[in-house]
Ligand binder design. Structure first.
Ligand code: TA6
Length: 286
């Protein structure tokens, strides 16, 4: 099984791409799934969580970083769990530095015979990653076919935390918690989210700014999303962690997924229409 070596680099058969901004902020990704695996702000420390047990094999989901979930969320449909975009090879269309001094890479995925056999639609998916003072990601989906389609999507972001038991997620107050089941009964959210056990579920009608307070790392991760109506908060806790072969038994303590998505109400695109969702992450002291 491939794993991180002692210096934190990864022996991997998967092609990678690295971004280094003039400010010194760096990011690393696998071309499979346009999968961001690391973001280190200039003068800061790693923001994303990657499991030391992750598989790094073609076609196998990577445990950690920012899986791009498309066109299906979890098992809400007939496709493989979380859809196929995260295990397909994306191509680099362009990379460089923006006028504002951010390093960027633009990746794309189009339908193939393989995807059409699972999901009979023509599409162009593009993922833009910009690394500067923060980490900005934009997912754009265009219907390039001649019939409408609907899709669910999420940026399934794994954040590295010092101790998940001390963390809280603010900004979901006022939203509705749907749980994991598609037809879950909405429950009003009236307080910040804390993790005291297995935590999983979709929040709808959310605001666009979420904050992950992490006192053990003395930082707040600010998530600004746009055109993502929903959010997911997930921690497997003890039992689920033990059940996942690509996740260390103790790793539930140092990660929390806070995901921007459109899940409860899938997005419908007529032929030629496109949708774009963005997520910007910045880190401040607590
Ligand atoms: O987003 C949370 C979730 O849907 C959980 O239910 C759990 O299944 C997690 O995603 C990880 O899914 P994966 O297919 O990557 O193991």
């Amino acid at each position: 099984m491939n794993s991180h070596d002692s210096t934190g680099t990864t022996q991997s058969p998967l092609p990678t791409f690295r971004l280094v901004a003039p400010s010194g902020s760096t990011a690393g990704l696998y071309l499979q799934g346009a999968h961001l695996a690391s973001w280190v702000p200039a003068g800061g420390s790693e923001v994303l969580f990657m499991s030391r047990e992750t598989r790094l094999q073609p076609g196998t989901p990577i445990r950690g970083g920012i899986p791009v979930i498309f066109p299906q969320f979890n098992v809400r449909g007939p496709l493989p769990q979380h859809g196929f975009a995260r295990t397909m090879p994306w191509r680099v269309e362009q990379s460089g530095t923006t006028q504002a001094g951010a390093a960027f890479v633009h990746l794309a995925l189009t339908d193939t015979e393989e995807t059409r056999a699972m999901w009979p639609h023509a599409f162009l998916a593009e993922f833009l990653i910009e690394v500067g003072a923060g980490l900005t990601t934009a997912l754009r989906v265009r219907n390039t076919g001649d019939s409408p389609f609907s899709f669910a999507t999420a940026l399934h972001t794994y954040f590295r935390v010092g101790d998940v038991r001390q963390v809280q997620v603010e900004g979901l107050e006022g939203s509705s918690f749907l749980g994991v089941e598609p037809d879950g009964e909405p429950q009003p959210v009236t307080a910040p989210i804390r993790v005291v056990g297995e935590t999983n579920g979709v929040y709808t009608d959310t605001g666009d700014r979420l904050m992950l307070r992490d006192p053990s790392l003395d930082r707040t991760i600010v998530i600004d999303k746009h055109d993502f109506a929903d959010a997911v908060v997930w921690n497997p806790w003890i039992e689920r962690a033990r059940d996942m072969p690509d996740f260390g038994d103790d790793e539930y303590l140092t990660m929390l997924c806070v995901e921007s998505g459109n899940i409860a109400k899938p997005t419908r695109l007529a032929p030629g229409e496109q949708w774009t969702g963005t997520q910007s992450i910045t880190v401040t002291t607590l």
